[in-house]
Design a protein around this ligand. Structure first.
Ligand code: FAD
Length: 538
């Protein structure tokens, strides 16, 4: 049965569809079941259930003027729109909208790289430019700049950064929204606005000074629903001359606390790229006693864990370090990091890794030498977009809950057992155990990963995952750990947890929403922000 936006009659919808066709060309408006198939969230936990949110149509403009026309038509007919750039947001809702029946505004055709400056290190791109497109543009011209890409490389700098996505190189660049600089946005009334220096006609620093003058509204467009971003600038990293890796291991469970403190110092001093933590004890997962120990209620004692480490001659923790820059400074920074950590942590060991001139050749990109072992991250660490990450995707994908936690060893230990206990009642493999390591994707915070699999043909299993997702969001929030980004079906639950002072933040967002988008047509529900006419809360 055809999907319609809420409160819109069939005749009114058809009139809007005809008007969209007049604006962009009939061949760029999609309404058939077959054409709308790719706009479903193929990673959905609620696939084919009443909770799945599906599009009523999709429209693919090629110019900013066409985006303006679409927004004006939608305003006249009260049609909710859901903009996507490349629409690959899998794990977080894919290309599907927050509100069932929305019309997707698919910006993939707007895929022009407008400028790349290799001396001032920035790019300006249209929304539909993918990481592959931008990488290819840079390579074909031999420009000495790197982009920090997320996985998989078919996504877009605009879509990914509007989700506050993350990558794998140096701290500043890994935060993709943080490294954005200047945007052009079509607002709900169809007007075009530019942020930062872009608001000053004739300014030549749009991609160099993000603030301009006065309040900077750019943040409203990330995980928000205040406009359709048509162009966006990004800071690029100067291509480093050299790349070096090294591994630090520490013997005891509690050594992790000092390890994290010092690695924080190295990271915040911009001496290292992404530090990759792991516990070598995870190799013992096959042992039933060990599994019982690392998942025991309240978490195991330090002595128990240290006994496993010493009996199996394994370090308790390790961190893989990465260095970018001139060859000499890479070596100096590795020597400094390893000498300092060995001096601070009795029994710590340092193993120098690879030392490679940049750009790496194809063999070096694909073959990671010991001790740096995580080969799927190598492309990302070199600013090379890739689809290699699909190797780790099983079943029909996953959904993600990634709580932000403090960058301390103590916080990691606490989150391990609190979240392990919270999920005990669900029939899922243990995600949080005493050997779960944090991710240091964000510049100044850790995250843990809960990414349970989704099974297209097993709704009962998906229902368990669905309940577990809701539970873990709650329990984490009770401990002060909030999700950084959520699939569309969980965005209300996550937004609900950011409730300081009776939801003052959400009330502020919704006041702005009602003023800037009175018909409530732009991505209703995105970020948990609903326009007045669709608000269901009391
Ligand atoms: C195996 C796997 C690994 C992954 N690894 C990573 C990773 O390392 N890092 C990471 O960040 N993500 C990761 N992801 C998640 C996801 O694939 C990427 O974030 C991807 O880049 C998002 O898709 P996109 O760029 O096509 O964004 P889109 O789907 O186009 O956009 C994302 C959302 O932003 C909004 N939006 C998009 N464009 C606009 C616009 N022009 N105006 C207004 N709003 C807009 C929409 O709400 C949209 O839903 C991973 C996913 C998988 C499956």
């Amino acid at each position: 049965m055809a999907v319609l936006p809420p409160g819109v009659r069939a005749g009114q919808f058809e009139a809007a569809i005809r008007a969209f066709g007049d604006a962009v060309g009939r061949e760029w408006v999609f309404t058939s079941e077959e054409d709308l198939g790719p706009y479903r969230d193929s990673f959905s936990t609620v696939w084919n259930t009443g909770e799945e949110r599906r599009a009523s149509a999709a429209v693919a403009p090629d110019t900013v003027e066409q985006v303006q026309a679409i927004v004006r038509i939608a305003g006249r007919h009260r049609i909710p729109l859901f903009p996507i750039s490349t629409g690959k947001n899998f794990g977080y809702g894919g290309p599907a909208p927050n509100l069932h029946g929305s019309v997707i505004v698919d910006l993939k055709r707007m895929n022009r790289v407008l400028e790349v400056d290799e001396e001032r290190h920035f790019a300006l791109v249209e929304a539909g430019v993918s990481y592959f497109d931008l990488y290819r543009h840079i390579q074909e011209r031999g420009l000495k700049v790197w982009l920090d890409c997320p996985d998989p490389g078919w996504g877009s700098p605009v879509g990914n950064s509007l989700e506050r996505g993350v990558g794998y190189t140096n701290p500043f660049y890994r935060d993709h929204f943080g490294a954005s600089c200047g945007m052009e946005v079509v607002l709900a009334n169809g007007e075009v606005m530019r942020t930062g220096m872009g608001a000053l006609p004739g300014a030549r620093t749009w991609q160099e000074y993000r603030y301009g003058f006065g309040p900077d509204p750019a943040g409203l467009f990330a995980q928000g629903n205040f406009g359709i971003v048509t162009k966006m600038g990004f800071r690029l990293m100067p291509r480093p001359e050299h790349y070096r890796t090294g591994l630090i291991t520490v013997p005891k469970r509690r050594d992790f606390i000092q390890l994290v403190k010092t690695v924080n110092y190295l990271s915040d001093s911009f001496l290292i790229g992404e530090p990759v933590y792991a516990s070598p004890l995870a190799a013992l997962m096959g042992d039933a006693d060990f599994r019982a120990t690392i998942t025991k209620p309240g978490g195991p004692g330090d002595a128990e864990m240290d006994r496993y480490a010493s009996e199996h001659d394994l370090p308790s923790w390790q961190v893989e370090l990465q260095f970018y820059g001139p060859e000499k400074t890479c070596l100096a920074n590795w020597e400094y990091a390893s000498e300092r950590l060995l001096g601070e942590i009795p029994g710590a060991r340092a193993v120098a890794g690879e030392s490679l001139a940049v750009p790496l050749n194809a063999h070096q990109l694909d073959n990671v030498e010991a001790p740096y072992r995580t080969s799927i991250r190598r492309h990302g660490a070199q600013g090379v977009p890739s689809l290699g990450i699909w190797k780790i995707v099983s079943e029909n994908g996953h959904v993600g809950f990634f709580p932000i936690i403090p960058r301390t060893g103590e916080a990691v230990f606490e989150a391990q057992h609190v979240l392990c206990d919270a999920l005990r009642e669900f029939d899922l493999r243990p995600f949080f155990t005493a050997v779960t390591a944090p991710l240091h994707w964000h510049t100044f915070a850790f995250q843990l990963v809960f990414a349970p699999q989704v099974y297209r043909n097993d709704p009962a299993r998906n229902a368990v995952t669905h309940r577990a997702m809701q539970r873990v969001v709650q329990v984490a929030a009770e401990h002060g750990w909030g999700d950084y980004r959520a699939a569309t079906v969980y965005q209300d639950a996550v937004a609900d947890t950011y409730s300081f002072n009776d939801h003052a933040l959400r009330r502020f967002h919704e006041t702005l929403k009602d003023a800037a988008d009175p018909e409530g047509i732009l991505a209703p529900g995105r970020g948990g922000i609903w326009p007045r006419r669709l608000r269901r809360r009391s």
